[in-house]
Design a protein around this ligand. Structure first.
Ligand code: HEM
Length: 201
Protein backbone atom coordinates (compact mmCIF):
# COMPACT_ATOMS: atom_id res chain seq x y z
CA UNK A 1 0.00 0.00 0.00
CA UNK A 2 2.80 2.40 0.94
CA UNK A 3 4.85 1.57 -2.14
CA UNK A 4 1.83 1.66 -4.46
CA UNK A 5 0.35 4.81 -2.99
CA UNK A 6 3.23 7.25 -2.59
CA UNK A 7 5.46 7.43 -5.67
CA UNK A 8 2.53 7.10 -8.07
CA UNK A 9 0.81 10.14 -6.59
CA UNK A 10 4.00 12.24 -6.43
CA UNK A 11 4.96 11.42 -10.03
CA UNK A 12 1.47 12.20 -11.32
CA UNK A 13 1.57 15.57 -9.55
CA UNK A 14 4.97 16.43 -11.00
CA UNK A 15 3.90 15.54 -14.55
CA UNK A 16 0.62 17.44 -14.23
CA UNK A 17 2.35 20.61 -12.97
CA UNK A 18 4.87 20.28 -15.81
CA UNK A 19 2.07 20.08 -18.38
CA UNK A 20 0.34 23.09 -16.83
CA UNK A 21 3.51 25.17 -16.89
CA UNK A 22 3.85 24.39 -20.60
CA UNK A 23 0.15 25.15 -21.18
CA UNK A 24 -0.55 28.31 -19.21
CA UNK A 25 -4.02 28.74 -20.76
CA UNK A 26 -4.99 25.39 -19.27
CA UNK A 27 -3.63 26.50 -15.88
CA UNK A 28 -5.67 29.73 -16.14
CA UNK A 29 -8.84 27.82 -17.09
CA UNK A 30 -8.40 25.57 -14.05
CA UNK A 31 -7.81 28.59 -11.80
CA UNK A 32 -11.02 30.20 -13.07
CA UNK A 33 -12.93 26.99 -12.36
CA UNK A 34 -11.56 26.91 -8.80
CA UNK A 35 -12.36 30.60 -8.23
CA UNK A 36 -15.88 30.11 -9.61
CA UNK A 37 -16.76 27.09 -7.46
CA UNK A 38 -14.84 27.91 -4.28
CA UNK A 39 -14.22 31.64 -4.28
CA UNK A 40 -11.45 33.24 -2.24
CA UNK A 41 -12.63 32.78 1.33
CA UNK A 42 -11.64 29.17 1.92
CA UNK A 43 -9.39 26.37 0.75
CA UNK A 44 -10.50 23.63 -1.61
CA UNK A 45 -11.65 20.51 0.21
CA UNK A 46 -12.61 16.98 -0.75
CA UNK A 47 -16.31 17.73 -1.17
CA UNK A 48 -15.49 20.24 -3.96
CA UNK A 49 -13.77 17.68 -6.17
CA UNK A 50 -16.82 16.27 -8.02
CA UNK A 51 -17.70 19.80 -9.24
CA UNK A 52 -14.17 20.52 -10.50
CA UNK A 53 -14.58 18.71 -13.81
CA UNK A 54 -11.81 20.56 -15.61
CA UNK A 55 -9.32 19.76 -12.84
CA UNK A 56 -10.31 16.08 -13.13
CA UNK A 57 -9.81 16.27 -16.90
CA UNK A 58 -6.29 17.67 -16.39
CA UNK A 59 -5.50 14.72 -14.13
CA UNK A 60 -6.98 12.21 -16.61
CA UNK A 61 -4.98 13.73 -19.47
CA UNK A 62 -1.79 13.55 -17.36
CA UNK A 63 -2.48 9.91 -16.49
CA UNK A 64 -3.06 9.21 -20.19
CA UNK A 65 0.25 10.67 -21.34
CA UNK A 66 2.31 9.79 -18.28
CA UNK A 67 0.77 6.76 -16.56
CA UNK A 68 2.68 6.29 -13.29
CA UNK A 69 2.69 2.50 -13.83
CA UNK A 70 3.25 2.32 -17.61
CA UNK A 71 3.40 -1.49 -17.88
CA UNK A 72 0.81 -2.06 -15.14
CA UNK A 73 1.81 -5.01 -12.95
CA UNK A 74 2.57 -8.43 -14.51
CA UNK A 75 -0.50 -10.72 -14.54
CA UNK A 76 -0.38 -14.52 -14.92
CA UNK A 77 -3.25 -16.61 -16.33
CA UNK A 78 -4.57 -19.00 -13.66
CA UNK A 79 -5.99 -21.38 -16.30
CA UNK A 80 -5.61 -22.02 -20.03
CA UNK A 81 -7.93 -20.00 -22.24
CA UNK A 82 -8.57 -19.04 -25.84
CA UNK A 83 -8.42 -15.41 -26.83
CA UNK A 84 -9.28 -14.29 -30.37
CA UNK A 85 -8.25 -17.74 -31.64
CA UNK A 86 -4.98 -17.87 -29.72
CA UNK A 87 -4.49 -20.65 -27.17
CA UNK A 88 -3.02 -19.14 -24.03
CA UNK A 89 -1.48 -21.77 -21.70
CA UNK A 90 -1.96 -21.65 -17.96
CA UNK A 91 0.81 -19.63 -16.28
CA UNK A 92 1.40 -17.20 -19.19
CA UNK A 93 2.68 -13.85 -18.02
CA UNK A 94 0.95 -10.83 -19.50
CA UNK A 95 2.53 -7.37 -19.57
CA UNK A 96 0.12 -4.61 -20.67
CA UNK A 97 1.77 -1.57 -22.23
CA UNK A 98 -0.72 1.04 -21.02
CA UNK A 99 1.68 3.82 -22.05
CA UNK A 100 1.53 2.69 -25.71
CA UNK A 101 -2.26 2.16 -25.67
CA UNK A 102 -2.71 5.67 -24.24
CA UNK A 103 -0.69 7.16 -27.12
CA UNK A 104 -2.04 5.02 -29.96
CA UNK A 105 -2.92 7.41 -32.82
CA UNK A 106 -5.56 4.93 -34.07
CA UNK A 107 -7.43 5.43 -30.81
CA UNK A 108 -6.73 9.07 -29.85
CA UNK A 109 -6.91 12.31 -31.86
CA UNK A 110 -3.62 14.18 -31.66
CA UNK A 111 -2.42 11.39 -29.42
CA UNK A 112 0.70 13.08 -28.08
CA UNK A 113 -0.90 16.51 -27.40
CA UNK A 114 -1.94 17.56 -23.93
CA UNK A 115 -5.68 18.30 -24.33
CA UNK A 116 -7.77 17.91 -21.14
CA UNK A 117 -10.81 18.98 -23.20
CA UNK A 118 -10.89 15.51 -24.81
CA UNK A 119 -12.38 14.21 -21.54
CA UNK A 120 -15.24 16.72 -21.45
CA UNK A 121 -18.76 15.30 -21.00
CA UNK A 122 -17.43 11.84 -20.23
CA UNK A 123 -15.87 11.50 -23.69
CA UNK A 124 -12.72 9.38 -24.04
CA UNK A 125 -13.68 7.09 -21.22
CA UNK A 126 -13.81 3.30 -21.45
CA UNK A 127 -11.32 0.58 -22.12
CA UNK A 128 -8.79 2.74 -23.93
CA UNK A 129 -7.79 4.46 -20.63
CA UNK A 130 -6.23 2.18 -18.03
CA UNK A 131 -3.85 4.13 -15.78
CA UNK A 132 -5.10 2.10 -12.80
CA UNK A 133 -5.37 -1.21 -14.66
CA UNK A 134 -8.70 -2.94 -15.31
CA UNK A 135 -10.69 -5.76 -13.78
CA UNK A 136 -10.34 -7.57 -10.48
CA UNK A 137 -6.65 -6.81 -9.98
CA UNK A 138 -6.97 -3.11 -10.84
CA UNK A 139 -5.53 -0.58 -8.40
CA UNK A 140 -7.47 -0.69 -5.10
CA UNK A 141 -6.21 2.84 -4.35
CA UNK A 142 -7.74 4.41 -7.47
CA UNK A 143 -10.30 6.60 -5.68
CA UNK A 144 -7.82 7.61 -2.99
CA UNK A 145 -5.12 8.35 -5.57
CA UNK A 146 -7.45 10.51 -7.66
CA UNK A 147 -8.63 12.43 -4.61
CA UNK A 148 -5.14 13.05 -3.25
CA UNK A 149 -3.86 14.25 -6.63
CA UNK A 150 -7.00 16.39 -7.08
CA UNK A 151 -6.66 18.01 -3.65
CA UNK A 152 -2.92 18.64 -3.95
CA UNK A 153 -2.97 19.91 -7.54
CA UNK A 154 -6.12 21.97 -6.95
CA UNK A 155 -4.59 23.60 -3.85
CA UNK A 156 -1.37 24.43 -5.70
CA UNK A 157 -3.36 26.13 -8.46
CA UNK A 158 -5.79 27.82 -6.07
CA UNK A 159 -3.12 29.35 -3.82
CA UNK A 160 -0.09 30.14 -6.00
CA UNK A 161 0.96 31.93 -9.17
CA UNK A 162 3.27 29.63 -11.14
CA UNK A 163 5.99 30.47 -13.63
CA UNK A 164 8.67 28.56 -15.50
CA UNK A 165 12.24 29.35 -14.42
CA UNK A 166 13.09 30.42 -17.99
CA UNK A 167 11.30 31.12 -21.23
CA UNK A 168 12.18 27.59 -22.38
CA UNK A 169 9.42 25.00 -22.12
CA UNK A 170 9.67 22.40 -19.38
CA UNK A 171 11.62 19.39 -20.61
CA UNK A 172 9.11 16.53 -20.77
CA UNK A 173 11.67 13.74 -21.37
CA UNK A 174 10.96 10.52 -19.52
CA UNK A 175 13.56 8.97 -17.25
CA UNK A 176 14.10 5.30 -16.45
CA UNK A 177 12.20 3.37 -13.83
CA UNK A 178 9.06 1.34 -13.27
CA UNK A 179 7.15 4.47 -12.31
CA UNK A 180 8.01 6.62 -15.35
CA UNK A 181 9.74 9.53 -13.61
CA UNK A 182 10.70 12.78 -15.34
CA UNK A 183 14.28 12.69 -16.63
CA UNK A 184 14.82 16.17 -15.17
CA UNK A 185 13.02 17.00 -11.94
CA UNK A 186 10.60 19.90 -12.30
CA UNK A 187 11.79 23.34 -11.17
CA UNK A 188 9.41 26.28 -11.14
CA UNK A 189 8.82 29.64 -9.48
CA UNK A 190 5.78 30.21 -7.34
CA UNK A 191 4.39 32.99 -5.20
CA UNK A 192 1.26 33.18 -3.12
CA UNK A 193 -1.72 34.65 -4.97
CA UNK A 194 -2.95 37.91 -3.44
CA UNK A 195 -6.34 36.32 -2.88
CA UNK A 196 -4.76 33.39 -0.98
CA UNK A 197 -2.41 35.28 1.36
CA UNK A 198 -4.92 35.31 4.19
CA UNK A 199 -5.72 31.62 3.76
CA UNK A 200 -2.05 30.69 3.86
CA UNK A 201 -0.98 32.87 6.80
C1 HEM B 1 -2.16 8.22 -9.26
C2 HEM B 1 -2.12 7.25 -8.38
C3 HEM B 1 -2.03 5.76 -8.70
C4 HEM B 1 -1.84 5.10 -9.89
C5 HEM B 1 -1.65 5.71 -11.29
C6 HEM B 1 -1.87 3.67 -9.60
C7 HEM B 1 -1.75 2.67 -10.56
C8 HEM B 1 -1.76 1.32 -10.28
C9 HEM B 1 -1.68 0.27 -11.28
C10 HEM B 1 -1.60 0.48 -12.79
C11 HEM B 1 -1.72 -0.92 -10.63
C12 HEM B 1 -1.66 -2.32 -11.28
C13 HEM B 1 -3.03 -2.72 -11.79
C14 HEM B 1 -3.01 -3.88 -12.75
O1 HEM B 1 -1.98 -4.57 -12.85
O2 HEM B 1 -3.99 -4.13 -13.43
C15 HEM B 1 -1.81 -0.64 -9.22
C16 HEM B 1 -1.85 -1.61 -8.23
C17 HEM B 1 -1.91 -1.32 -6.88
N1 HEM B 1 -2.07 -0.07 -6.30
FE1 HEM B 1 -2.16 1.70 -7.28
N2 HEM B 1 -2.07 3.50 -8.25
C18 HEM B 1 -2.17 4.74 -7.66
C19 HEM B 1 -2.41 5.01 -6.33
C20 HEM B 1 -2.50 4.06 -5.34
C21 HEM B 1 -2.80 4.32 -3.94
C22 HEM B 1 -3.09 5.73 -3.37
C23 HEM B 1 -2.75 3.12 -3.29
C24 HEM B 1 -3.01 2.79 -1.84
C25 HEM B 1 -2.86 3.60 -0.84
C26 HEM B 1 -2.44 2.10 -4.28
C27 HEM B 1 -2.28 0.75 -3.99
C28 HEM B 1 -2.11 -0.23 -4.94
C29 HEM B 1 -1.98 -1.67 -4.61
C30 HEM B 1 -1.99 -2.29 -3.21
C31 HEM B 1 -1.87 -2.34 -5.83
C32 HEM B 1 -1.71 -3.86 -6.06
C33 HEM B 1 -3.10 -4.47 -6.25
C34 HEM B 1 -3.06 -5.97 -6.59
O3 HEM B 1 -2.03 -6.50 -6.96
O4 HEM B 1 -4.11 -6.63 -6.49
N3 HEM B 1 -2.31 2.70 -5.50
N4 HEM B 1 -1.85 0.74 -9.03
Amino acid sequence: MLLGGTNTVVITLEWSMSHLLNNLNTMQKSKSELDFHIGHGRLLDETDLPRLRYLQNIISETLRLNPAVPLLVPHVSSDRCNLLGYNIPKGTMLLVNAWAIHRDPKVWDEATCFKPERFENGRAEGYKMMPFGLGRRACPGMDLGQRVVGLALGSLIQCFEWKRVSSKKIDMAEGKGLNLPKAKPLEAFCKARNTAKELLS
